[in-house]
Design a protein around this ligand. Structure first.
Ligand code: ISE
Length: 356
């Protein structure tokens, strides 16, 4: 108990509350001591369940003497200031995506951490802790598929609120494929393009749901991502990687298969990301807690978070303009993102009546 990592959790909406529960029930060597949320009643309810204290000011929570490390699950636009305060105090922090909401502030955070000379920031890309993703990455890294050429991703949610605009879909959902492609291929993404098709009738006016996002990577590999967040079905996240020597698939929902008297057969699809990636979240937390005690991280870094912010920013510009955007992560300067020169459209002659 005395060796427990004492954690402040900032933001206890669905994700933060899920983490508080995991830290108090399933993760070893950790304890939530301070809870902060902009909704005082929510903070009080979550804190009471685990015997933690409520602190109304997030920066005071970070600087609390009963806190050794911080878990940030607050809205994205609060992250930059909260991460900065964690770096000022020099304590480890696990930050849910996005790292921040714009390239400049994300880069400033990366630089501030670098100046300290140690890695304190881990970003919550939980798929990196899912056994199927880990196995697929290893297969690719070991050369089992030969050179990877194409990645096909499917990302479907059953339902979301009306605040899920097309831009939000890029920043909040597609951000996972941005990180997954970087993780699986071990390469940076160099361009992004967004194709807006017909929208499902449950999407609010002006929201393009589903969309098809296309990435290119450093080696020229292509990745496609179908993002559809109002399927009305369940949570489906699948990835297929096609290489020169074969292909591999993850996310097939192959669990208990049942045959029923009415002639149907099949298994179950997880309803949401909490069930689909529940174990991955717990593994992520355990590894972060163990690493934080040793003064380091064990998972995606601030740089990974920054790269994802840059690609998503380019994705939003691609969505707005209808043009492919190139991304150049320089390493020593803020990422450059620029549009591809738009080509004039082709005007094909009308053949109607051209044949006798
Ligand atoms: C949500 O924030 C997540 O992180 C989920 O993994 C993703 O599937 C969902 O689309 C996001 O809104």
């Amino acid at each position: 108990m005395n060796d427990d990592l004492r954690i402040a959790v900032l933001g206890v909406g669905m994700m933060g509350a899920f983490h508080v529960d995991a830290l108090s029930k399933r993760v070893r060597g950790a304890r939530v001591t301070v809870v902060n949320d902009f909704l005082p009643d929510k903070a009080a309810e979550v804190a009471a369940a685990v015997g933690a204290r409520v602190e109304a000011d997030p920066v005071a929570a970070i600087n609390d003497p009963d806190v050794d490390a911080v878990l940030i699950a607050s809205p994205g636009d609060a992250h930059a200031a909260q991460l900065s305060a964690c770096l000022d105090r020099g304590i480890p922090v696990l930050c849910e995506k996005p790292l921040t909401t714009d390239i400049t502030s994300a880069y400033a955070i990366v630089q501030k951490e670098r100046a300290l000379g140690k890695q304190l920031i881990q970003v919550g890309f939980m798929r990196r802790f899912d056994t199927e993703y880990v196995a697929l990455r290893k297969l690719i890294a070991d050369g089992g598929l030969g050179k990877p050429l194409i990645v096909h991703c499917v990302h479907r949610n059953a339902a979301v609120g009306d605040h899920f605009t097309s831009e939000f879909m890029i920043r909040d959902s597609v951000v996972h494929e941005v990180d997954s492609v970087r993780f699986l291929l071990g390469q940076e993404i160099t361009s992004i393009e967004v194709i807006k098709g017909a929208a499902t009738s449950s999407a609010p006016h002006g929201t393009h749901d589903p969309m098809l996002v296309i990435f290119e990577t450093e080696s020229g590999a292509i990745a496609t991502d179908e993002i559809f967040v109002r399927t009305g079905v369940a949570y489906e996240v699948r990835t297929e990687v096609v290489g020169e020597k074969g292909s591999a698939f993850i996310g097939l929902d192959q669990n208990l298969q049942v045959k029923s008297p009415d002639g149907r057969w099949g298994g179950r699809i997880t309803p949401s990301f909490l069930e689909r990636f529940g174990l991955a979240y717990d593994i992520e937390l355990q590894r972060w807690v163990d690493a934080a005690k040793a003064g380091t991280i064990d998972g995606p870094s601030a740089w990974d978070g920054y790269a994802a912010v840059a690609v998503c920013e380019a994705g939003v510009l691609a969505l707005r303009s209808g043009v492919k955007f190139h991304v150049h992560l320089a390493g020593s300067a803020v990422a450059a993102i620029k549009p591809e020169e738009p080509l004039a459209g082709i005007q094909a002659p009308d053949l109607e009546g051209a044949w006798p």
